[in-house]
Each structure stands twice: as C-alpha cells, then as structure tokens.
Design a protein around this ligand. Structure first.
Ligand SMILES: Cc1cc2nc3c(=O)[nH]c(=O)nc-3n(C[C@H](O)[C@H](O)[C@H](O)COP(=O)(O)O)c2cc1C
Length: 366
C-alpha cells in the first residue's frame, strides 16, 4: 500500500463506514485521480491479452470485477472501470426507492478484515438508475445490473420481471439477487419450487425484453449440499447463463473480533473466502464446464483471485477487500495476474480454471 493510500484509508476510517462509503463514491464521481494513470494505458496489465475472458458472448478485458453493493445506484460504473476492473456490477436496484434498515447498519471488523452489513437494499429505485445507465449507453465497458425486490412488495417475482424489462437495454448482463440476508424471506426464493417459478418468469421476461443480455443468479454461501443440487438443476433446466457465488454469510465462524460479531447482517471479507470458494467449487462440479461462474467472497490479493479461478470461476469479483486496501487494489491484483501468466508461461488465464476444483470440493462445508 502506498503512502497516499495509507493516508486515504486513515482518513476514510476516521468516518463511520457509511459516511466513508458516500465520500468514496463522491470522490469517484468527481474524477479524483484515485487510479494510477497506467490503468488507462492500452499497454497496462489490465489490458494484457492473456487476461481476456470470453463468456456468454461478452469479452471481459480481465477477469476481475467490482461486486454489487458498492455502486447501488449506478453512479460511478465508468470510474470503477478506470480503477482497473474488467467489469463493474451496479445495484442491487429495486423497482421503488427504499431507505433500507435503520442506521448504523455497516460495521468494520478491522482485526478480521471483514464487514457486517444489514443495509437492506437501500437504493434510489429503477427510474433513477435507468436515467444514469441511459446516459452512458453506447459507452464501452462491461456493466452488469443487479436486480432485487422491494421489501414490501406484494409480488416479489414481478419485481424481478420488471427489473429485467427495465434494464435489459442497458445491462451487459443482469444478476438476479435472491441471496441478500437483509430482506426478510428473500433467501427462501432459493428453495427449488420458488426458484423454478422465479427463473421461468425471469427468462420469459428476458425473451420479450428489447434486448437479451445474459442472466446470472447470485446465491448465498450458507446453502447445504442438497440445496446446491436443487439450484444447479434449476439453473440448467431454465438455461440460466451463470451463477455468482456468493453473497455475504450469516455464519460468524472464525472471527477474532467478537465484539461486533453479534451484529445482525451479512458478513463479507477475509473470513468468507474459504466457505464461498468451497461452495463455488461444488457449483462448478454440479453445473459442468459450460455454465459461467463468477467467484466472490474474500478476494483481497492476486493469490486469492487466482484461487477462485482454480476452484472453478470464470470471473472474480470483490468488494470488502477494497474497503481495507483502497482503490489501487484492483490495478494491483490485475498486474499480479499478468505477472503470473507471464511467469507460468500461460497462453490464457483460463488455463488455470478448475485446476483445484477437486481439492476445494473435498472440503467439508461446516
Ligand atoms: C456494504 C455491502 C453492501 C452489499 N450490497 C449488496 C447488494 O446490494 N447486492 C448484492 O448482490 N450484494 C451485495 N453485497 C455483497 C457483495 O456483492 C459480495 O457478494 C460480498 O460482499 C462478498 O464479497 P467480498 O468479501 O469481496 O466483499 C454487499 C456487500 C457489502 C459489504
């Protein structure tokens, strides 16, 4: 971490997490030079041809993306791409604006390099995000849109249908998020019968939308074997393009900072790495080689990003790692990936995929 990054982190950590988040978005919106100039250079590691990944008809310049939840209202996707990310996912966006849960609702577990959040889909709603995405239409860069349901919705499935219809013209891909632990009852949509209906209706909505981007399903890390099997079966049957593994966890296993461990919400960051990677490997085994998987949870270095790919991921995302390491992290991770493919003489980062799938699958889900 550079001196400048250290000062920036100290400054942001002097604010409560939600204020710090707002300041970081404002900084990106104002175009503050948080990215190294080299990340915009065509010769930079973020543009190394060996890091390119083609899945679902999309050409990702590199496999590292910004996970959902940072840019909930689609304010700064292009600024995120300039940090060195190969793609950015905005959202979760619900049809109507909603305030989310009462504050405080984000907690830093510094000793664990983790975060607990119970935001509850606070966002400005479809119309505000659509306006911003429409304004960037035609620009290059892969921007996914993560859609959700309003807390008080009478018909949650129809909220997802509306999300598909609204954002299909602007989204490089759509993510159906049913794995946030902070909207009561949402995760039960992962159960087979409910999931089957949701996915059928989402895919029907896509078929009649004005564009047909790939659809990914984002799942929780707290699922047991039989639930994973059911999800994989529905994903295959409904011809979903990919799965994002995973959202935050309800588990508090392995935390050092026990004082905040009792806060309700989803845990992210370092302690999530093991569990989310073990679930990802199981998903790869269940889905086979063709269906796309995005690995997320505890990525904070080149090595953890590469390990997700070894476990079976085509692409990788992060969020909490950047809270602790600052905005230079994506550029650093991607530069490390470029050095890795050079050192190992790989023609493509893709050659790494699944090479540790068996090892990760053999870990017991505790
Ligand atoms: C403060 C915060 C807000 C989040 N909000 C969302 C969200 O709105 N939608 C979503 O799909 N995931 C959300 N996530 C989950 C992340 O996208 C990611 O799946 C999870 O944090 C694990 O990755 P990480 O360990 O790199 O943070 C959020 C995570 C955090 C820390």
């Amino acid at each position: 971490m550079s001196v400048l990054d250290r000062i920036g982190k100290k400054l942001l950590f002097s604010f409560d997490p939600e204020t710090a988040h707002g300041l970081s978005i404002a900084a990106l919106r104002c175009g503050l030079p948080v990215a190294s100039p080299s990340s915009r250079d065509a010769r930079s590691p973020t543009h190394d041809a060996r890091l390119k990944v083609r899945i679902c008809g999309l050409d990702f310049p590199n496999p590292l993306g910004m996970a959902a939840g940072y840019d909930k209202n689609a304010e700064v996707p292009d600024a995120l791409l300039r940090l060195g990310f190969g793609f950015a996912e905005v959202g979760t966006i619900t049809p109507l604006p909603q305030p989310g849960n009462p504050k405080p609702r984000i907690f830093r577990l510094t000793a664990d390099e983790a975060v607990i959040n119970r935001l509850g889909f606070n966002n400005e709603g479809h119309a505000a995000a659509e306006k911003r995405l429409a304004a960037r239409k035609g620009r290059s860069g892969i921007v996914g849109v993560n859609i959700g349901a309003n807390k008080d919705s009478a018909d949650r499935v129809s909220d997802y249908e509306r999300g598909v219809a609204r954002f299909a013209p602007y989204a490089s891909y759509l993510t159906v998020n049913i794995s946030s632990p902070n909207t009561p009852g949402l995760r039960s949509m992962q159960a087979r019968e409910q999931l089957g209906e949701l996915l059928s209706r989402v895919m029907a909505a896509r078929a009649t939308a004005s564009a047909q981007p790939p659809v990914f399903l984002k799942i929780a890390p707290d699922l047991v074997e039989v639930e994973l099997e059911d999800i994989a079966a529905e994903v295959a049957e409904k011809e979903i393009d990919g799965v994002i593994v995973s959202n935050t966890t309800l588990s508090r296993t392995g935390l050092h900072a026990t004082s905040l461990a009792g806060e309700a919400g989803g845990l992210s960051g370092k302690p999530l790495f093991e569990r989310s990677t073990a679930v990802l490997a199981r998903m790869r085994k269940l889905l086979g080689p063709e269906i796309a998987i995005i690995g997320v949870g505890g990525v904070d270095s080149t090595e953890t990003a590469l390990e997700k790919i070894r476990a079976g991921a085509d692409l990788v995302q992060l969020y909490t790692g950047m809270i602790y390491a600052g905005p230079a992290l994506p550029g650093r991770i991607v530069a490390g990936m470029a050095r890795f493919v050079e050192r190992e003489r790989l023609g493509s980062i893709r050659e790494l995929r699944d090479t540790a799938c068996e090892r990760w699958t053999s870990k017991v889900l505790s």
